[in-house]
Design a protein around this ligand. Structure first.
Ligand SMILES: Cc1ncc(COP(=O)(O)O)c(C=O)c1O
Length: 352
């Protein structure tokens, strides 16, 4: 607290990211990073870009990166917006497209950055309860609103929403922007990108942090109608002209173009997820259906916090959300390598 703070800073409740421990040799399954490194072609491209040219500003429009993303999704360049991680892209979306007199709608159990952006930008919101199976009931969103946002698959539950339901939601909501946050979509969830041509109020966000293993590079993007993209560009150019630096642009293009590496690593993560689910279920854990690179699971005694603390003592970090209510008994576990998963299963069977 300080007398120099603005009123808005006094009132902020910032987002708390998962721990990035300084200790070496931990098995880190708490922030949904990819256990496999980025494409070697991305690393080579970043190294090749580390030259004297770094004295020059990067392309403020990230034109080549936008073209690579557009090609990958079979869209036009004017349907692509890029930013410094999808968190930054989301921040611009909240400011550019959600500041209205009606409330923004999102699930009550979801990515905890959404209410933080609402606080930052003074956006009123309604948190819509998930149903008793932790699923999004699309009919609950059929009410006046200034926008809708949800992750697909949802986080931290991991549960995907079928594309047909996403489309029904869009059909019933033509007057405000619907954002589908597809941070984890590449691990087995159907993308809404192909609905973009049909619905000018649909915006899809994706990131290179998860399926392309580039959380450290900070590249995310939004896909949608050129009018929505223009709104984001106007905010971006009033905030930071150069969100994508020269190294990030080269690394991101190479990662997007290395389709084989991307598909192989995603498949490996999905296979490990499925085997971990079976092994946890065999030990009496409840595991929600996941379409992401993580699972949301309840130990047999419902003592998520305690199991997380005991795993930590065994040098394994998973995420427990310290909020009261339905998710308190659960743990969110990021999918690691097969070796890390074996260590996790061994540690859990010791603990329980
Ligand atoms: C649902 C969801 N959306 C967006 C993000 C932001 O990802 P990034 O800023 O790394 O692109 C995350 C990060 O964990 C997430 O869980």
């Amino acid at each position: 607290m300080s007398q120099y703070w603005s009123d808005i800073v006094h009132d902020l409740t910032p987002y708390v990211p998962g721990e990035q421990p300084k200790v070496q040799d931990l098995i880190k399954l708490n922030t949904n990073e990819n256990p496999y490194g980025p494409s070697p072609k991305a690393i080579a491209a970043i190294n090749a870009a580390a030259t004297d040219s770094l004295r020059l500003y990067p392309d403020p429009c990230s034109e080549r990166l936008k073209r690579a993303i557009a090609r990958n999704h079979r869209l036009n360049v004017n349907q692509v917006f890029v930013g410094n991680g999808s968190d930054e892209v989301l921040a611009h979306i909240f400011q550019a497209l959600f500041q209205h007199s009606r409330p923004l709608l999102f699930p009550d159990i979801t990515y905890s950055f959404y209410p933080v952006y609402c606080g930052l930008y003074g956006i009123e919101y309604e948190a819509i309860p998930l149903d008793r199976y932790f699923e999004i009931n699309i009919h609950d969103y059929d009410r006046p609103n200034g926008g809708i946002i949800f992750p697909n698959p949802n986080a931290p539950t991991g549960i995907p929403l079928e594309l047909a339901r996403v489309e029904t939601m869009l059909q019933k909501n033509r007057y405000s922007v619907v954002v589908v946050d597809e941070a984890y979509v590449d691990f087995g969830t159907e993308s809404a990108v192909r609905l973009i041509e049909k619905y000018p109020n649909l915006l899809v966000t994706q990131t290179l942090s998860k399926s392309r293993s580039l959380a450290g590079l900070r590249v995310g993007y939004a896909l949608g109608h050129p009018d929505l993209i223009e709104a984001l560009t106007r905010v971006k150019d009033s905030f930071n002209s150069y969100p994508i630096d020269r190294l990030a642009e080269e690394g991101a293009i190479a990662a997007i173009e290395d389709v084989d590496y991307f598909e192989t690593t995603c498949q490996k993560v999905i296979a490990t997820r499925e085997s971990l689910v079976k092994r946890l279920q065999a030990m009496g854990f409840v595991v929600l259906h996941s379409g992401g690179n993580f699972i949301f699971t309840k130990p047999p005694k419902g003592n998520g916090a305690e199991v997380a603390a005991q795993l930590r003592e065994k040098n394994i970090i998973v995420r427990h959300f310290k909020q009261p209510g339905r998710i308190a008994p659960y743990l969110r576990i990021t999918i690691g390598t097969d070796l890390q998963t074996q260590a996790l299963v061994d540690a859990i069977s010791d603990i329980i």
